[in-house]
Design a protein around this ligand. Structure first.
Ligand code: KG4
Ligand code: ZN
Length: 344
């Protein structure tokens, strides 16, 4: 069986081809055409520009994916495309493209949920014996989402909590913009935070919003505001200094990780989880990966974190999800529609 996965939910045009045999999955190709540089000057994603780029890029990306996999479209058995959540104009580009392909080659089409896919990509290395992993607590942390949910089995999810305002990645992106570090913010903040700096007693101290509240919700807008207040309270020379930027990067990264760690592991305990699954761009952060892995080991929980390239948006996550939910694929192609606010 061969599956084609397409994602255009944000600013990356992604196409992947996945081969499946009894023994497991084989990634035949995984092409991501990033628009990061294009959006960098806006400090965030500009939806209509992204839509235009997807339209231009998708045929090229598909061609590259087929060439890499050494396959023709006729050999594809099943197509999966993200229908939400995401930026509506962008989602429609992927959906229209997938519909045309599915109709032309008479293949079933699956409507994938982007959040579920960020988690299920962890199973690309494990196709069977999944029962021992459930229930699992899942945390998706990206530029658009910060959501915690329980996976009782594939397709059966219980919402636990989410951010009430900004997503964790969005907070890092905004802080990076304030400090004039560029976009996307997460990777630059991570790089700066690795630099050596003597910690002073009167160093920057940011809050850990909602960390002690019993619910599983998050608030990262408050953290961003705290950064802004600290920034404004410093003389211009100080706030433009490399030293200040390093100190802020270390503290804001740690504040985000602390809240995510406490709430995820508390949820794992309360819901009797056997495993923790992470996904989304922020899960590419090395400090976060290290802290979560150590804690999971200590608490005897299995932990799944995708390799960095599978944390950010990609087509493999859509193809893997399509495999696990193939029964829901349809030949009623035109019924597949964008659902910008789709929930888990
Ligand atoms: O999953 P993703 O590619 O797109 C969305 O669905 O949003 O996530 C992008 C987000 C951005 O906010 C970016 O700053 C953040 O993930 N990010 C990181 C790292 N790499 C990307 N955050 C922290 N550390 C990183 N290494
Ligand atoms: Zn994403």
């Amino acid at each position: 069986m061969v599956i084609l996965g397409i994602d255009t939910s944000c600013d990356d045009s992604c196409v992947a081809i996945l081969g499946i045999k009894n023994s497991g999955f084989k990634i035949l190709s995984n092409i991501v055409s990033s628009q990061t540089k294009l959006h960098a000057k806006y400090g965030g994603v500009y939806p209509f520009l992204a839509k235009r780029e997807h339209q231009k890029n998708l045929p090229i990306v598909l061609k590259r994916a087929l060439k890499k996999a050494k396959l023709s479209l006729k050999k594809i058995d099943l197509i999966g495309v993200t229908v939400g959540p995401g930026l509506e104009p962008c989602l429609w580009q992927g959906i229209n493209f997938a519909q045309k392909l599915a109709q032309k080659f008479k293949k079933p089409l699956f409507a994938a949920n982007h959040i579920e896919a960020h988690i299920l990509v962890n199973l690309k290395s494990q196709i069977s014996n999944l029962k021992s992993l459930f229930p699992a607590v899942c945390l998706v942390v990206s530029g658009g989402h910060t959501v915690l949910f329980l996976m009782e089995e594939i397709g059966k999810y219980k919402f636990i909590g989410e951010t009430r305002d900004d997503a964790a990645g969005e907070c890092l992106d905004k802080v990076a913009r304030l400090l004039d570090l560029g976009y996307p913010g997460g990777p630059v903040i991570e790089k700066l935070a690795k630099e050596k700096l003597e910690i002073r007693k009167d160093g920057i101290k940011l809050p850990r919003p909602m960390i002690n509240q019993k619910n599983y919700d998050f608030s990262f807008a408050g953290l961003k505001t705290a950064v802004l207040y600290d920034f404004r309270s410093r003389p211009e020379k100080k706030r433009k200094s490399k030293e200040y930027k390093i100190e802020m990067a270390k503290e804001v990264q740690q504040a985000v990780i602390d809240v995510l760690e406490i709430k995820t592991f508390r949820a794992a305990k309360e819901f009797g989880a056997k495993a923790i699954f992470l996904g989304g761009g922020v899960a590419a952060n090395e400090k976060l990966r290290e802290i979560f892995s150590k804690r999971a080991e200590k608490e005897k929980l299995k932990i799944f974190i995708p390799e960095k390239i599978f944390c950010t948006d990609n087509g493999v996550m859509i193809a893997v999800t399509t495999y696990f939910r193939q029964k829901e694929a349809t030949r009623d192609w035109q019924k597949t529609e964008a659902k910008a606010d789709l929930e888990i």
